[in-house]
Design a protein around this ligand. Structure first.
Ligand code: SAM
Length: 261
């Protein structure tokens, strides 16, 4: 999707999105006002952002193996770490939202599909040192950089798998009785996204939370998001443009919120 189309999608999002005044559900109201819109700073934010700042200054180039839908910015296999960080990692605003969501839902473990250099992984891991984050990255050289970052920040609750999602995800899923929190952030095609969703949805419970990245990234991702919303196990969804948040709590009605963030 080109930039103009993304802008057009964003304008469409702005037109249909609401703020807290349009929310009838007390659960979603609390989630939106207390968690999504919370602007409190936590100590870990500076630590993670200083690692990002160092990566953005790096002059090092690495060879990249792309197992996914590809990048809209890069074409060569040799890339600067600075550019990978700039274009693949979620900006601070969204990393911090992931942190707050994990902190709110208190998962016993987290699965992240798409590590890159590990910025979002660190945000997910920061909320509780007892919660293991299982994160998958297909590119060996990017995995090495992520591992260095995890060592630098000193988080010991991250387990990184240098493998394809297709290989690693079924194994990780099979090791869990239920999946509390899954962040889908790689291989943005409709088929791949739905296949990862279908692998994970079997293991949901009422407390599960799934977060889909870049639901407006392409027509395929928009179509995948529409399918996910229709899944019978899905109850409430919240679209904040950059993320689609999916809840399976059966106390909630089947309702799709589009909220400004
Ligand atoms: C958007 S980046 C992840 C960014 C990261 N979550 C963040 O916000 O900091 C997606 C990553 O998934 C990896 N990837 C894409 N498709 C894959 C696949 N099929 N198997 C394994 N890794 C894959 C890419 O190499 C890339 O580093």
């Amino acid at each position: 999707m080109n930039k103009l189309k993304l802008l057009f999608n964003y304008l469409g999002f702005l037109l249909k999105s609401k703020n807290e005044h349009g929310i009838q559900s007390p659960f979603v109201f609390e989630l939106y006002t207390q968690i999504i819109k919370d602007d409190q700073k936590y100590y870990c934010f500076d630590d993670i952002e200083s690692i990002r700042a160092m990566l953005l200054l790096s002059k090092q180039k690495i060879n990249v193996t792309d197992l996914g839908a590809g990048s809209k910015v890069h074409s060569s296999t040799e890339r600067r770490i600075a550019n990978i960080t700039k274009f693949s990692s979620k900006p601070a605003k969204y990393g911090q939202l992931l942190f707050r969501l994990a902190n709110r839902f208190k998962p016993s473990s987290i699965i992240e599909i798409g590590t890159s250099v590990g910025i979002s992984t660190m945000y997910l891991a920061a909320h509780n040192s007892k919660c293991t984050v299982h994160t998958i990255e297909g590119c060996p050289n990017i995995t090495k950089i992520a591992k260095i970052n995890f060592k630098k920040i000193g988080y010991n609750n991250i387990k990184i798998y240098n493998d394809s999602f297709e290989n690693a995800l079924p194994t990780i899923v099979s090791q869990h009785k239920t999946l509390d929190f899954v962040y889908f952030d790689g291989n943005h095609t409709k088929a791949a996204t739905l296949s990862y969703f279908n692998m994970c949805v079997e293991k949901t419970s009422v407390k599960s939370v799934f977060i889909f990245d870049d639901i407006y990234w392409s027509d395929e991702m928009k179509a995948a998001w529409e399918e996910i919303k229709k899944d019978p196990k899905v109850t409430t969804t919240i679209d904040v443009f950059a993320f689609g948040i999916v809840l399976f709590n059966t106390d909630l009605s089947k309702e799709n919120f589009v909220l400004r963030y």
